[in-house]
Design a protein around this ligand. Sequence first.
Ligand SMILES: Cc1cc2nc3c(=O)[nH]c(=O)nc-3n(C[C@H](O)[C@H](O)[C@H](O)COP(=O)(O)OP(=O)(O)OC[C@H]3O[C@@H](n4cnc5c(N)ncnc54)[C@H](O)[C@@H]3O)c2cc1C
Length: 445
Amino acid sequence: MSAPTQSNWQSNWYEVDADPVRKPALTFDLDVDVCVVGAGLAGLTAAYEIARRGWSVVVLEADRIAGGASSCNSGVVVPGFACAAEAIVERIGMERAGVLWRLSEEGVDYVRGMSHVLGGSMGSPESGPDTPAGLLDVSRIDDGDAVMARLVLLAEFGAAVEGWPVERVRAVLSTDHYFHAIHFPTAFQIQPLAYARALATAAEIAGARLFEETSADEIDPAGVRKRITTSGGRVRAAHVVLAGNVGLSRLAPTIAETVMPLTGTVAVTHPLGERLLSAVAWRGAIGDAGGNHYRVVDGDRLMWSGAADPWPRDLAKATTAFARDIARIYPQLGEITFSHAWSAQMGYAVHSMPQVGEVSPGVWLASAFGRHGLATTAMAGRMIAAAIVDGDDRWRAFLPYELVWAGGNLGRAVAQAGSWVGRVREDVLARAARRREALQKSDAG
Ligand SMILES: Cc1cc2nc3c(=O)[nH]c(=O)nc-3n(C[C@H](O)[C@H](O)[C@H](O)COP(=O)(O)OP(=O)(O)OC[C@H]3O[C@@H](n4cnc5c(N)ncnc54)[C@H](O)[C@@H]3O)c2cc1C
């Protein structure tokens, strides 16, 4: 197998068709209505929404615009949260869970709408709000009842979902590893780096000021005017939006301790030609309970991502594991080699729900979106902007999900053990399901 490219900015598949934008570093003092820390999708959405309402807003970005998870993801915009719908219902009841689900759907609609508005700058034709097909969430264990129970729950939220029987799944995904599926037709794919950069431009046009290589190092949150210190200048603002994902340990250590960083890796195969098209005829995204997420890009390549890791993973090892997983599910694809591989960190709260809301007067948090950040960063950025400027209090729907210590290294170790146990259990059940099916076929024969 050929070695993947290095884990650096150039290795990001999306870099190819997105125009780079460079912003200056902050070298002077500023007085504004709102200071946003972090120019990922959460911070950029909040900044755009605040600026277009006529308030002054500055965005401080320690690195580059969307240099983190916001440009390094799989690009699938899907409703819901990192936390399973069943667990949300168990914690807060059906009605309030339904409210949260619909907020996530508003996030999907928002990104779709913005993608249309941002238009031409969105990059390759295969990505965008009109890409076909949605997301197939496929089951690896032959348990139609469990899939049906989930469908009923989602339908009660008013979610647009459809159950697919095994034959329909296998008509588009040629593998005996998959059984039933839930189809989310409203999901779609974007070129996330192009989207983030276009959003940054839109925020600037609306009046926001963006600074790169400007780390917010200290905050004095007391008083009506908060003070944020960077190496080059200070910002005074009536409101601060903390949208730094896993990067807030210096600025806001207590908040940072409530977020566990997990590393996600994505890789893109070399062109696979016709053999891919017959194995994966589905043009939407696919997710399976083994933690695999993938979709076809560039006509005949697979963009593949596996389960997230508590500690940064060596790219060569990650891609070796991906090649093994692909070969297991689609042996007909033959040898798999990768042209691109990269990784980034996403933040998870203990409850796997986003942290959205006002943590102290005038200090707002938009964080811990996990693997569902494309729609939920939009949801959060928009809600926080509406809260600050218009006094909208819909963010209160997230109050049941308070800040909880994520357990530091111990928390990561527990997460690793938990996800390992979960994956082993899932693998055992998946193997049993395939064995059962093989026996039924041989009995029938
Ligand atoms: C491999 C991978 C695949 C994924 N796939 C999907 C997917 O298909 N669909 C989906 O919905 N989600 C996906 N996600 C999740 C999604 O990408 C994230 O949840 C989302 O991008 C988080 O956005 P954010 O703005 O909160 O954080 P980020 O994008 O990390 O942005 C935070 C920014 O804040 C800056 N910052 C931090 N601290 C400071 C400071 N003190 N001063 C100034 N700036 C600071 C950082 O430099 C960074 O640029 C994936 C994530 C990964 C890693």
